[in-house]
Write a protein that binds this ligand. Structure first.
Ligand code: KG4
Ligand code: ZN
Length: 333
């Protein structure tokens, strides 16, 4: 079965066709992030207007001379104005084509980027979803049963990258900008000590995260340690975020003993995060199948939306599909 996925939850307009949940037939992403780079962050009203401009060309490009059997659309969480563009377009398409339409939870769908593979992961799977707006650790017993294990109490991991990047006057989105500066620093030094910033809650016996304190620590660091280079500050910020994510996720692996560990969301594109997960799993001899998607499927895309819908194929009548900006990762769409 071929499913056309549609994703418009934030500042990406995306459409993709995926066969049997695992094979990408087409994958188109138009981003308005360059526009937001000028203002240092997403302005919801502008993001929604750009969705209107991009949605039809993006769907046409993804479905050009290709057939599909069903439609999948992100209904939430996200920016309501942006979500509505994708949802209403998908409903219209379903009505006109008489094809089934499946509502999709964007957060859960991020994890399905790991199923777009010749060798899909096995359950039970622990998933770490680290995006611009969310940081969640969930246990997937199967496609249906998802248990929330922990998450952030304040800022998301991606948000911590974005906000601290602003303090360093690095361009939006902050994650890739910080990673780029950090890599310059890391490539010059062998095994540098990176201990400037705190690792909140790292020793707490739970799976919760807190990243909001990092902004204050970085601001203080920028003001008081003026001789420290921007590249070093970027490496320190990245390390503080990565250390907490690796530690908490692997603590959960030791306690729950899942078969796979699935990284997902924009921050899972971070090469230092991937590397530290691999190294720590090896040095602690943990038995776990670590998976992370190719970079293009870490950030917002529609291929994972289509994949999710294949493995959770619950179509609704088109007129019962509604956007819901407030969904959490364990909510059914
Ligand atoms: O999943 P995503 O594309 O959108 C949301 O659903 O939020 O995640 C975007 C977030 C942004 O905060 C961005 O700075 C971060 O992912 N990000 C990264 C990297 N690439 C994107 N963070 C760290 N390192 C990266 N390479
Ligand atoms: Zn996302």
């Amino acid at each position: 079965m071929r499913i056309l996925g549609i994703e418009t939850s934030c500042d990406e307009t995306a459409a993709a066709i995926v066969e049997n949940g695992t094979e990408v037939i087409s994958n188109i992403v138009a981003s308005s992030s360059e526009m937001h780079a000028k203002t240092g962050g997403v302005i919801p009203e502008q993001a929604a207007r750009q969705q209107i401009v991009s949605i039809l060309p993006v769907i046409s490009e993804a479905s050009k001379s290709k057939t599909f059997d069903a439609i999948a659309v992100t209904v939430g969480p996200g920016l309501i104005g942006s979500l509505l563009v994708g949802v209403e377009t998908a409903k219209t398409l379903a009505y006109l084509s008489k094809k089934p339409i499946v509502p999709v939870n964007h957060l859960t769908a991020h994890v399905y980027s790991n199923w777009i593979s010749e060798n899909p992961p096995v359950f039970p799977a622990l998933a770490l979803v680290v995006s611009g707006g969310h940081t969640d650790l969930v246990l997937m017993k199967n496609h249906e049963k998802i248990l929330w294990i922990g998450g952030t109490r304040d800022d998301a991991a991606g948000e911590a990258f974005d906000k601290t990047a602003r303090l360093l006057q690095l361009p939006y989105p902050g994650g890739p900008s910080i990673a780029k500066e950090a890599n310059k620093y890391l490539s010059r030094l062998h095994n540098p000590q990176l201990r400037m910033f705190p690792r909140p809650m790292i020793n707490k016996n739970n799976f919760d995260f807190s990243f909001s304190g990092l902004k204050t620590a970085v601001l203080r660091g920028v003001n008081t340690q003026q001789r420290v280079s921007k590249q070093r500050l970027a490496a320190e910020i990245q390390e503080a975020i990565v250390d907490v994510l690796v530690r908490k996720a692997l603590d959960a692996v030791k306690k729950i003993k899942p078969k796979s560990l699935l990284l997902a969301g924009g921050v899972s594109a971070n090469s230092r995060l991937r590397e530290k997960f691999k190294k720590t799993i090896k040095s602690q001899s943990l038995i776990i199948d670590l998976r992370f998607p190719p970079e293009i499927l870490c950030t917002d895309n529609a291929a994972c939306i289509a994949s999710y819908a294949y493995f959770n194929f619950k179509p609704l009548p088109w007129n019962r599909i509604t956007a819901n900006a407030e969904l959490t990762i364990t909510d059914k769409a």
